[in-house]
Design a protein around this ligand. Structure first.
Ligand code: CP
Length: 309
């Protein structure tokens, strides 16, 4: 889909390689703009509503920073389930039909898979899916790819190792949907059996002839990975605390893991991390997760410009 045709951003399946490359070029310009510390009026007069029914640090604040840096303004509710009229029983549909008359774009995080798609059916302004339960988180995957491109100089030909919860990780789901656009990529998945990737994503890789392998032992993936994508066990998606505790702490990357990895590999994590990467890893140049979070600002500036200008 071309950038002109994009109305809502619901799933990474709406994007193709050409659109991603345009987005990355625009993100590079946004990085320069940000680093120049000069005020911009690119989106002056535009209002972004950030409606978050689930907690967030990076997504909400980077979107808010992005619109402010482009000269626009923000209205937001950071705990919509408690502090919006959802607490009085208002439906998502009604909330969207109200908010779209106050804003030029709505960034929505919701605990239910499919919520962003439903919201897009009721909105006269673009909806950006900022995470819909265990469904997708498309803008995260775009900034992840942008990070791989910046850090490794390419995406074609890389071997990606996904470590951790691939069952509930919406960011892994969105990212895997984008890999068919790249040539000669390989995938390794390492998780407990209970947290394996859902079948449709295996089917997608088969359809696009992306070689993949499934592992339980992290030592099998460390020496081969160009990009190690670490994912926390998504506590909030488990049916009970007891079920979560059985999976908590299954894998941990530490100084001894670094010794088994390629010298030019990178380690990414969409964050928050909750123990799956030891703090001693942070000072290693291969630890790319804080740079990755910073890239979120540039990608979201580029996306807002793409949708609103
Ligand atoms: N990566 C990510 O979505 O982080 P937040 O939950 O803090 O937004």
């Amino acid at each position: 889909m071309s950038t002109k045709q994009l109305r809502h951003i619901i799933s990474t399946s709406q994007f193709d390689r050409a659109t991603l490359e345009k987005l990355f070029a625009s993100a590079q310009k946004m990085e320069k703009l940000h680093k120049a510390r000069k005020p911009s009026k690119i989106l002056a007069g535009k209002v972004m509503a950030a409606i978050f029914y689930e907690p967030s640090t990076r997504t909400r604040l980077s979107f808010e920073s992005a619109i402010l840096k482009l000269g626009g303004q923000v209205i937001s509710t950071e705990n919509a389930a408690q502090f919006s009229s959802a607490a009085k029983g208002e439906t998502l549909e009604d909330t969207i039909r109200i908010v779209h008359s106050y804003a030029d774009v709505i960034v929505l995080r919701h605990y239910e898979k499919g919520a962003a798609e439903i919201a897009s059916q009721y909105s006269n302004v673009p909806i950006i899916n900022a995470g819909d339960g265990p469904g997708e988180h498309p803008t995260q995957s775009m900034l992840d790819l942008y990070t791989f491109q910046k850090e490794k100089g390419k995406i074609d030909g890389l071997t990606f190792a996904f470590l951790g919860d691939s069952l509930y990780s919406r960011t892994n789901h969105s990212l895997i949907r984008l890999l068919p656009y790249y040539k000669n990529v390989k995938v390794m998945l390492c998780s407990p059996k209970e947290l394996e990737l859902p079948q449709p994503y295996y089917d997608l890789m088969k359809k696009h002839k992306i070689p993949y392998s499934v592992h339980r032992n992290v030592d099998e993936i460390l020496p081969k990975a160009d990009v190690l994508i670490v994912t926390r066990v998504q506590k909030e998606r488990f049916p009970s605390e007891q079920e979560y505790k059985k999976m908590q702490g299954t894998y941990r990357i530490d100084a001894s893991s670094l010794k088994k990895m390629k010298k030019d590999a990178i380690i990414t994590h969409v964050m928050p991390r909750v123990g799956e990467i030891a703090p001693e890893v942070d000072s290693d140049p291969r630890a790319a997760y804080f740079r990755q979070a910073q890239n979120g600002l540039y990608i979201r500036m580029a996306l807002l410009e793409m949708l609103l200008k």
